[in-house]
Design a protein around this ligand. Structure first.
Ligand code: SF4
Ligand code: SF4
Length: 422
């Protein structure tokens, strides 16, 4: 006899999980789109296999520990979502499942320590900067550290760029065409603060007034992604308050990080059943990736004096698969004179970064990183652009390892350069 999932047993997100599981018809169309299935070739490391495992755990037919290694290996890249003809909401299922099992989960000591370091440092720029600086000392003894901590230190750059403090309001240049609020983010402000500087410069140049709310912080996506729902809610709540204090209306809440945009679009789900649910849904409705916003608004004249360049565009999973954003960044790049846009021939497989994945599953992340670097090099491009800091770090590392002389840039950095914004 088949057991039914009782959604009331699984908290406010039970209905999302039940709906996703019941809409899967086991057709297998998603398998080819799944990076872990491509690398490992195992049914249980495919979307269909994982749905089967989660269903059985939720119905009480399988111990959570038996399913866990396969669920842990899921990148959360959402490559399976657009590939699914039945519209299975795999993302809602995965996020809700991880949040449900995390509190019961038993982790070994090293796993627990790595996770604690991620939770306590990555979302907080001050702490992350301090930890990254201290981490450089750790690099000296890296060989004797356990695998996961060694990988973590290996991800850190040798030098951190100087912090850039942006004002709370950046006025539009010329006639004001729009007014937006801007999420500055967490990790990116430490690793590549110039991306935010380029973003506000580009917006101002295109007639957009930018408001940067005080007291904003990490959007919580990085924690929501790994099942730390309570902490993610705390961070998201802080931002609902900070952005709610802006004087006057804004046309959009802008982000330049695919992971943050995807996570903030899920604020309604994150606050299911909570008093802030409606405010969270309204907030989510205003969130736009910078490329979507600028493509809709239209760029003011891009200067004609541009160098000839061959540029490859890498689709960040949380832009392309999770938010369906593929045309806007390409439209903006094609507006730059003398730029030839090149496509990767790898079916948009994840680069292996996926939030904290390259810290938690370094072997698979490395294989995917190598595959992505090869696909980029095969285009013959001299520059590759993308819209997510996680991909940026991963792609840069693997291109460097294979000795490819290809410049890695955020989409807004290239656009800002085309507008001669210093
Ligand atoms: S494509 Fe969709 S319906 Fe088919 S197995 Fe995958 S998730 Fe299930
Ligand atoms: S989210 Fe990505 S890794 Fe996970 S099952 Fe879907 S395609 Fe595979």
């Amino acid at each position: 006899m088949q057991h039914k999932i009782d959604s009331s047993q699984h908290g406010p997100r039970g209905t999302a999980m039940t709906g996703a599981i019941e809409s899967c018809v086991h057709c297998g169309f998603c398998l080819a789109a799944c990076p872990t299935y491509n690398v490992l070739g195992e049914e249980m490391d495919s979307p269909r296999g994982r749905i089967y495992l989660m269903k059985n755990v939720l119905e009480g037919n399988l111990a959570e520990e038996e399913a866990q290694p396969f669920i842990d290996r899921c990148l959360g890249c959402m490559g399976c979502v657009p590939a699914c003809p039945s519209g299975v909401a795999y993302g809602d299922l995965l996020t809700s499942y991880r949040a449900n099992v995390e509190s019961e989960r038993k982790r070994d000591t090293m796993d627990a320590v790595t996770r604690r370091m991620i939770i306590e440092t990555l979302p907080y720029p001050g702490r992350f900067r301090a930890a990254a600086t201290a981490g450089k000392l750790g690099k000296l003894v890296q060989e004797i550290l356990p695998d996961q901590l060694g990988t973590m230190l290996n991800m850190l750059p040798d030098t951190l760029p100087k912090a850039i403090n942006l004002p709370n309001v950046i006025p539009a240049e010329g006639e004001r065409r729009a007014r937006v609020a801007f999420l500055t983010g967490c990790v990116q402000t430490v690793l590549a603060p110039n991306i935010n500087q380029a973003t506000v410069g580009l917006l101002a140049k295109n007639g957009v007034e930018v408001v940067i709310p005080k007291n904003q912080g990490c959007c919580g996506s990085i924690l929501s992604h790994i099942g730390e729902e309570g902490r993610a809610i705390t961070l998201a709540r802080n931002n609902l308050t900070a952005f709610g204090q802006i004087d006057g209306e804004v046309d959009a809440i802008i982000t330049n990080a695919a992971g943050c945009g995807s996570g903030m679009h899920e604020y309604g789900l994150l606050f299911t059943g909570q008093p802030e649910q409606q405010a969270a849904e309204e907030f989510a409705g205003k969130v736009k990736d910078i490329t979507v916003f600028l493509d809709e608004l239209g760029l003011v004249n891009v200067p004609n004096n541009q160098p000839m360049r061959k540029v490859a565009y890498h689709d960040a999973c949380h832009l392309a698969h999770a938010q369906g954003v593929t045309s806007p960044p390409r439209n903006l790049l094609k507006a730059i004179p003398n730029l030839t846009l090149l496509e990767l021939n790898d079916d948009g497989l994840c680069c292996g970064s996926a939030g904290t994945y390259n810290l938690e599953q370094p072997d698979i992340a490395t294989q995917l990183g190598r595959m992505k670097a090869r696909a980029i090099a095969n285009t013959g491009a001299s520059t590759v652009v993308m819209g997510n800091i996680g991909c940026f770090t991963q792609v840069e590392k693997h291109l460097e390892k294979m000795g490819a002389n290809i410049q890695v840039m955020h989409t807004v950095e290239l656009l800002a350069e085309a507008f001669h914004i210093s």
